[in-house]
Design a protein around this ligand. Sequence first.
Ligand code: SAH
Ligand code: SF4
Ligand code: F3S
Length: 558
Amino acid sequence: MTDLAPPHRRPLPMLDLSAPIGVAGPPAAPVSGDVRLDEYRPEARALPRFFVWTLGCQMNRSDSEEMAGRLLAAGCQPASDLETADLVVINTCAIREQAEQKVIGRQGQLRRLKDTNPSLRVVLTGCSVRESDRAGLGKRYPAVDLFLRPDEEPELVDRLGLASAQAAIGQTGGLTGGLTGRIGATTVVGRTTVGVADRLAGTRAVAVAGGVVARGSAISAWLPIVYGCDKTCTYCIVPFSRGPERSRPFDEIVTEARALAAAGYREITLLGQNVNSYGHDLAPEPRFGHVATERWAGRRLDLGSRPDLAELIRAIDGLRTADGAPAIPRLRFVTSHPWDLSDRLIAAMAECPSVCEHLHLPVQSGDDAVLRRMGRQYTIEHYLERLARIREAVPEIAISTDVIVGFCGETEAQFEATLRLLERVRYDQVFAAAYSPRPGTPASRLPDDVPATDKRRRLNALLALQEAIGHERNRAWLGRQIEVLVDAVTPARSHDHDVAPGEGSAAAPSAGSVRLSGRTRHHKLVHLAGEPSLVGRLAKIRVDHAGPYALRGSLVAS
Ligand code: SAH
Ligand code: SF4
Ligand code: F3S
């Protein structure tokens, strides 16, 4: 970082507009003196170099791609790191206290950077920005100039006063267009109204059509299909941060998928906090008349004649190349709530060749009483019934899950029930975390009574058990030939620790080849050696080694 702000870079204005968007004009032009001198003046508006720091889940990563794209379209250049940026956009995660602390702990550094670069502006968005908590934000994040809720992210460029730069390329109206059709739905959790107007569902298509999504990969793409969450899991901050469920219109999603296929993408992951409830909030249409009401547990909704996830994946799978192969060879979706995992979806997964043989189905706990306290709305019996059905329909499907240990009141016996569940299901992968109380959630009113040491011990025990199970699941692939979508050239060191002791170490790549990694359709991470030109291609490999977290394979001639 240089000591002084470059003189040509003016501080960014911060327009703290509340609404409506698009009424803010550009910042006042420099006072003009003698017009004959105009061509000798520095550029009227120098644009900031930006850095987007993304924490959290795939939804945040997808949102960041959109924000970065909007900034690029406004003419801004990316900075290589936070230290050299004039605009830092922090896309936060609030799922656990630790995630929030990461950003709170950077406030001092950001302050110091601002001292050396007075034109530096910091925008904080993502799940830590909640309307109910606006007042506290400034205190917690003193280095931040502008807070945007996740649903306000499409306004980023306007709020920074950069819209005039876009206007020059004729996109301002288009980029933020669609805001007028905002949805004012609400979610109520307990007695708290959580929902706020949200515009993402309406603005995404405009951003996509304008080519304003800076995708991080040219191989695999995120495709958001439903924003927000209507579930009321008592421990979870997401409904408070992201508001009620809003499904994107069916045809807009299929259009985005078609464009991704045309651009050469090999994999699409449909995104939503609960993709299984996609479509329930859309208007019924005659063309979806065959979609019958189907809700497996809990409150019944009239879902008839509305598109659902099954319909959507069939439509995307139905995009075919001239020779009849799926135009997108790999289709995935996250996250599925067990409550809404319908037979229609299971059938679509089994029948659509592009849908990958992997399902992430968070269970959270193996004990019904804990699940009840968590507000998960299913029992272990229901969960296992759904799992049996999907395993029957899609043999060898890989299953991953999320688990919370040490939730309020979790006894040793209840924790043991979770271990037994892991032994019974034999997951391919488990994402586990210790319960972290989130202010404002219903569970924050329950005593957080499992001591930190017990939480840690339970977490370690669970991870150790799963490591053995995962290793065994991976060993089942030894000697088999499988398809890998190669997606990266990897630095040498990241290979070796993925291979278990006694499983052999990473083979050094031969001349002309490098270390590569990719994923199988079952979402297994695979390391291999090969030409860099394999990146982005589907390669056939034979599995030579299996560790608990990754496979190692060698290319076979196809
Ligand atoms: N919508 C998804 C994912 C939500 S967040 C779902 O329903 O599963 C991802 C995971 O974070 C959750 O599945 C849960 O396991 C974990 N999580 C959420 N809130 C948490 C909290 N307060 N403490 C610890 N883990 C939490
Ligand atoms: Fe949170 Fe539950 Fe919604 Fe997942 S389904 S985002 S855990 S409230
Ligand atoms: Fe975190 Fe928000 Fe995702 S809380 S996990 S970034 S939905």
